[in-house]
Design a protein around this ligand. Structure first.
Ligand SMILES: Nc1ncnc2c1ncn2[C@@H]1O[C@H](COP(=O)(O)OP(=O)(O)OP(=O)(O)O)[C@@H](O)[C@H]1O
Ligand SMILES: [Mg+2]
Length: 372
């Protein structure tokens, strides 16, 4: 059996993907913690972590760079870090990441200030950043290029479709290649003239009503963005290349339910098509039976009848029957995944007690991930 430790051997970047709510953020944090305890300098980029998990890792919303989780804090929760081990964690701030990118790619300070200070940009960047996928990979790229970490674990957004994530770099370069942008990436006067008359009238009325010349904002923004086209295009290509790098790997997380399973199968196919590296499958929150729970429910009722009375014994038996049904369903899902993903030994993690929102819980999860 191969645990997650072996699967990540020689990998610098681990992207944890999967359907919504299956445990991506929790698994990412657990992985990073485990790798750090093994002696690596690890950064984890989480996306919208649950409040308690964020608190447990000392994550703050402000600041768009990883912060070290103190060794003392980890030790106080029973986690010893091997020599060299460090855990750094951050919460992705899409808007700040996008602003950073503009700052880095702007050919000069004037362009940068024009873009960042633009009212339309504030809306536009919020919308682009709102998709989260592109900013997540952009952040990953920055961190990797800075070279401060042995390993980076990237959580992924709860996409409707995991494909959004793989397509993100293409979508951003398509946007910068778009005709509309090119058209506007010319001096203001032309851009203004190109605006249809109807649009101009709307802008003129808005200006009269609000005193704000949005048309001017639009043309200035597009002109300044024009100066960023090449930078963004190159960056998108580099980010895309990083996703297929041999030192990158994708772990797919799923729960045993029907929809996430279908999504995992679909995503595996897309990875294959895009020739992106697949590191393994984690089936999370599977129902697994304890030794005593394999007994025939009727026998359970009979055995317990004397002690508990018939009514209560019947309830316990019904509970056991339900568990067995769930376990059977989950086992079936796992078989299906094995076949469809060409993954003979997925890492199966049982549904653990309570939510996993503290260091102890994360470490317990890591042990499950590693001990397969
Ligand atoms: N093996 C497990 N046993 C019990 N609870 C778990 C397990 N794995 C994850 N959880 C819990 O499931 C919930 C969802 O997990 P998490 O937030 O990591 O999912 P996600 O895939 O990141 O969700 P989203 O797609 O919304 O980002 C959390 O409350 C987490 O504590
Ligand atoms: Mg999440």
């Amino acid at each position: 059996m191969t645990g997650v430790g072996e699967r990540l051997q020689g990998k610098r970047i681990c992207i944890v993907a999967g359907s919504g709510g299956v445990g991506k953020t929790t698994a990412s944090a657990a992985l990073a913690l485990g790798l750090a305890s093994g002696g690596q300098r690890v950064a984890v980029v989480t996306i919208d972590p649950a409040r308690r998990l964020a608190d447990a890792l000392g994550l703050e919303e402000l600041g768009n760079a990883p912060r070290q989780v103190s060794r003392a804090l980890l030790e106080s929760h029973g986690v010893q870090l091997h020599d060299g081990g460090e855990l750094w964690a951050m919460m992705l701030d899409p808007k700040a990441t996008f602003d950073d990118l503009v700052t880095r790619l702007a050919p000069d300070d004037t362009t940068r200030d024009e873009v960042l200070g633009n009212r339309i940009y504030a809306q536009l960047s919020g919308a682009i950043a709102g998709s989260q996928e592109f900013t997540a990979v952009a952040k990953l790229y920055e961190l990797d290029r800075d070279g401060d970490f042995d390993a980076i674990v990237l959580d992924t957004p709860p996409s409707r479709n995991a494909l959004d994530f793989l397509d993100a770099p293409d979508r951003i370069s398509d946007f910068f290649d778009s005709k509309a942008l090119k058209l506007f990436a010319v001096p203001t006067s032309i851009a203004t003239r190109v605006m249809s008359r109807g649009t101009s009238v709307v802008f003129a009325i808005l200006k009269r009503l609000t005193g704000v010349d949005l048309l001017d904002d639009v043309s200035v923004l597009f002109r300044s963005l024009g100066g960023l086209i090449d930078g963004f295009r190159e960056r998108a290509a580099a980010v895309k290349a990083l996703l297929s790098d041999p030192a990158t790997t994708f772990l797919i997380v799923t729960s045993p339910e029907r929809e996430p399973v279908a999504e995992a199968i679909f995503f595996r196919g897309k990875l294959r098509d895009a020739r992106m590296p697949f590191g393994g499958l984690i089936v999370n929150r599977a129902t697994m039976l304890d030794a005593g729970e394999h007994t025939d429910p009727a026998a359970v009722a009979a055995q317990l009848g004397d002690q508990l009375g018939a009514a209560l014994a019947a309830k316990v038996a019904a509970g056991v029957a339900e568990l067995q049904l769930l376990a059977a369903r989950d086992a079936e899902s796992i078989e299906r995944l094995k076949a469809e993903l060409d993954e003979p030994e997925p890492i199966v993690v049982p549904r653990l007690d309570g939510e996993i929102q503290d260091i102890e819980g994360l470490m317990a999860l890591y042990r499950r991930l590693a001990a397969q």
